[in-house]
Unconditional design. Structure first.
Length: 576
């Protein structure tokens, strides 16, 4: 607000009256002497008034200088001078709680405008915290992220429309059950399969922040491939059930890192370090929800501790949910281990061991213990080595004896960019009792007639390449599993038990093989609005059982084609 000359004179007169009054009351008292003394008093008052006039002139000059400063501030911000005092948007952010700083009300017209710092200057003020989620809002953030307190949150996920065609009616939905491909001499092998599905869509969130020198991260993800209790999936409704995939929290301080919750197992191959983020893991680029035959994997609850001695090496150990699995290849009860006929041992299926009943009531001695070390000398090279230790235990009620056996496995993998935009991948796992950690699955052990445990040997591999050409990603992989037979004679001396014996189930697989290739084409992408991709995949799958029955083909195989249209949500964390 600009002061007029009249207002300035009025303010000066008011100040003069105050100053003169103060000098009068400061005198010794009213004059009571002679005429001479009265003249002296008048002279003294005239001197005082002259001094006050000089002070008023100095005050007026100072006010004029302040008015010029105000006009300069208005010219720099391009904001009307009246707005500077009255607009809440240009006042300091006082928050929603009491402030320890004094707050002076500023009436719009009764008081002169007091310029506050321009918004641009306030936005560049250094933050006392290194947490970017506590810094002033960044209007240039691409894309923007949400804030909850001092935590940054971004949505994660995508929406998929998936179509799949198989030349066999495998009846496994859009996720291939590698261990149960139908033979071509049965009805399922004579008919083809075509399905549309949104089940591969995923939703979730990622939250990050810094607190007292530690960095914390939370991650959640689910899809719609859960098991439904009704039959309304394909007739008229399509009521696909959400399924929890990932739900974990990670805290890192200096060189130490701790993660707890449901995540991809530490045995899952990494692309970078030992990070649990999906983008830092290798589970291929395929559309198939079950990814690749032979891939080492699991998503299960656990707790892990990682140590980062430097930027190149990461070492970790994980305690994860155990499960004594004797179900068939492909996670089915068909092809499960044949138990001894004795009632005390034949009844342990589903009670003491998991025979693909998919329940959480089997006993376990201790968590599965996994260790892994990763080497990342550059962004072009990743190498890892790891292992797992498992312990199985059952009780024979007939003899009142226990059987305990230790199993384990070793992992070796590499992910290397040999030339720009071309990466070669190889991941390999061999185990003695680690079959449930392979896509395609194998039983962990068999039970002999005397009630003792014998682990099953099983191993898997995935090898291939990924190449980026302009906006298109191309890939091709080979995956395979070998499951060694483990058989014995039952107590009667004639009946075979275990896995893979003569005349065993046609689901007792010896070898599973997959060849697949595909592309991922980015149609449109914007960091603030997300991306649209078109994807395609071809898969050839083959399985060879241990036993070939009469009039049964020696192997089962199928061809599958996926096409997928995907919209990916925008989301990006600030740099911590």
């Amino acid at each position: 607000m600009k002061l007029s000359n009249t207002s300035s004179r009025q303010l000066c007169a008011l100040l003069a009256i105050v100053l003169v009054g103060s000098n009068l009351f400061a005198a010794d008292g009213p004059a009571t002497g002679t005429g001479a003394s009265q003249n002296e008093e008048i002279a003294r008052l005239q001197t005082a008034l002259a001094a006050q006039q000089k002070q008023l002139e100095a005050l007026q000059k100072m006010m004029e200088q302040q008015q010029k400063l105000l006009e300069n501030a208005v010219a720099q911000t391009g904001t009307p001078s009246g707005v500077l005092a009255t607009s809440p948007a240009l006042r300091p952010n006082l928050g929603s709680v009491a402030s320890i700083a004094p707050i002076l009300p500023v009436p719009a017209k009764a008081m002169p405008a007091v310029p506050f710092p321009a918004p641009q200057a306030a936005a560049t003020m250094p933050s006392a915290s290194k947490n970017p989620c506590e810094a002033p809002p960044d209007t240039n953030a691409v894309p923007a992220y949400l804030r909850l307190g001092s935590t940054c949150i971004i949505p994660v996920g995508f929406m998929d429309f998936t179509s799949i065609w198989r030349d066999k009616n495998a009846a496994s939905g859009i996720a291939t059950n590698f261990g149960s491909i139908p033979f071509n001499n049965v009805a399922a092998g004579k008919l083809s399969e075509l399905r549309f599905s949104p089940q591969n869509s995923r939703l979730g969130f990622r939250a990050e922040g810094d607190w007292k020198g530690a960095h914390f991260m939370a991650y959640n993800e689910f899809d719609f491939n859960g098991t439904s209790g009704g039959n309304n999936l394909g007739v008229s409704n399509g009521s696909f059930v959400p399924r929890l995939r990932l739900f974990w929290v990670d805290i890192r301080k200096d060189k130490l890192e701790i993660l707890a919750g449901q995540s991809w197992t530490l045995l899952t191959p990494n692309r970078k370090g030992l990070s649990a983020l999906p983008g830092d893991l290798f589970f291929s680029q395929v559309i198939d929800l079950n990814y690749m035959t032979g891939l080492t994997w699991n998503r299960q609850p656990g707790i892990r501790v990682l140590y980062h001695p430097n930027s190149t090496v990461t070492a970790g150990v994980s305690l994860e949910n155990p499960d004594q699995y004797i179900g068939g290849s492909g996670g089915l009860n068909a092809g499960a281990v044949v138990l001894p006929a004795a009632a005390a041992l034949s009844g342990i299926g589903g009670a003491q061991v998991d025979n693909a009943s998919n329940v959480l009531n089997t006993p376990n001695l201790h968590p599965d213990i996994i260790g892994k070390i990763a080497f990342d000398p550059s962004s072009k090279f990743h190498f890892e080595v790891g292992g797992i230790e498992r312990t199985f235990k059952i009780w024979d009620s007939a003899t009142n004896t226990y059987s305990t056996k230790v199993g384990g496995g070793a992992l070796l993998g590499a992910n290397v960019e040999v030339v720009k935009n071309l990466r070669l991948i190889s991941t390999n796992f061999w185990s003695d009792g680690g079959g449930r950690y392979l896509f395609g699955q194998a039983p962990d052990f068999v039970v002999r007639a005397d009630g003792t445990i014998s682990p099953v040997h099983a191993g898997g591999t995935v090898d291939g390449f990924e190449a980026t050409v302009n906006k298109t990603l191309f890939y091709a992989y080979f995956g395979g599993i070998f499951i060694e037979k483990n058989t014995a004679l039952d107590a009667n001396g004639t009946t075979k038990i275990g896995y893979g014996f003569a005349n065993s189930s046609s689901n007792d697989n010896r070898l599973l093989q997959e060849i697949t290739f595909g592309f991922n084409q980015t149609i449109w992408k914007d960091p603030r609005y997300g991306a649209i991709n078109v994807m395609g995949q071809y898969q050839w799958q083959n399985r060879d059982p241990w036993a070939v029955l009469v009039n049964q083909p020696k192997a089962a195989h199928d061809s599958s084609i996926w096409m997928n249209l995907r919209y990916t949500l925008p989301g990006s964390m600030p740099n911590f």
